[in-house]
Design a protein around this ligand. Sequence first.
Ligand code: SAH
Ligand code: SF4
Ligand code: F3S
Length: 449
Amino acid sequence: MNKSLYIKTFGCQMNERDSEIIEQLLAQEGYNTTSVPEGADVILINTCSIREKAEQKVFSLLGSLREEKARNPSLLIGVTGCVAQQEGEQLRNRMPHVDLVVGTQQIYRLPEMLDRLQQQMTTREIATDLEDSFVIPPFQKLLIDQPPSPAPSGYKRFVTIMQGCNNYCSYCVVPTTRGREISRPMVDILEEVEILVGQGVREITLLGQNVNSYGMTNKVADENVTFPYLLRRVASIKGLRRLRFTTSHPKDLSEELMRCFAEIENLCPHFHLPVQSGSNAVLQRMNRKYTVESYLEKVTALRGYRPDIALATDIIVGFPGETDADFQATMNLLNTVRFHSSFSFKYSDRPHTRSAEFAEKIPEDVKSRRLAAFQNRQDDICLERNREYIGKKLEIMVEVVSGNDLKGRAATNHIVHCTCSSKMHQSGDLATAHISQAGKHSLKGELQL
Ligand code: SAH
Ligand code: SF4
Ligand code: F3S
């Protein structure tokens, strides 16, 4: 008999990809995914713990499911992802209506765990082992039997190339929640991309917490495989129109990787290079292992290889001990690089991180003021940057067509809106847009026929 599954995903693209893998695994066991939690046989919350707010969202959603469970005692509620890894057994103590807690390396065991619960062989399942010697299973085989649902973004997909992180930035939970950095064998990655492209996928984003160190920490092939080598191999798969990757750590960004942006035609000129702060003192306390000067040198070199590259970054404001002068240094960096976009966050203490122990915590109102100042300036820069595209032609990949409105995405990751009178275009098509207007968050253009 078919069972129904509802998954709510929080957090980064790794979690989004993990949720897809869970769906594919459970589809093999006869589960259909539903878009509403009401009436589902199994509800899974794939969680994120990166900031305090992210974790609070998880607990408030879990709290609200208590009534659902009271109404329907046969409902199984599971927690996966980074909060599950971090809290383990304790999570169930705090939320007794949770039936299973599954850590980040254990999602592949979900079918057997759910089965045991359903057969009433146990009343709870907790699996949070995190092994340094973990081997990422060859889950690309799942795609052959259970391709992910085609709509609405069937033309673009994430492919995980590594799990975990060894960098131990002092503020970050990821090394604890995802464990040691482990690269996936290159043959598995290539096979997965080939299957996806064969199924009509045109754009792939390779995922890892620090893709630049792919292949460095565990042996992934007979040869000494590096990230630039992997990129070239993936890029050459016939039919793949666009290739992206995320995320990169500035300390590991090599000339060889920069050269890829000049030499690989389908590698999109969009680069997410999180800087976190513009102050060397703060960067040092963050354990980032680069300086503002070396970051700026890399930005200049990258732009030398690929002048049209659009740069994005991440910023944390209000790190413990951040002075007004430190924050001003971050604003100066923003004004120097003029990022095309950025994600900026107020610092929050996280469990088992070094910075949680640091003194000189910044008051909430100061953090809010700094965040607003940063975001206002970034908004102005976005508009200035976007205006630079007026009069230019950009190739866009069509995302959604609704009535006469067509929304596409440029290789630089800009959203481009066009008016489309014919019914010719559908998601995944490539088209050329002549840019005529620019807003803060998107561009407008006319389609060239
Ligand atoms: N692996 C990626 C980013 C992972 S987390 C990288 O190294 O760049 C995404 C972003 O969340 C980080 O870049 C950082 O800006 C932010 N972040 C992480 N921990 C945080 C914390 N404790 N408080 C506020 N922001 C945080
Ligand atoms: Fe966290 Fe730093 Fe690893 Fe990124 S590189 S996941 S910020 S520890
Ligand atoms: Fe969040 Fe875990 Fe990703 S903490 S950002 S879901 S790696």
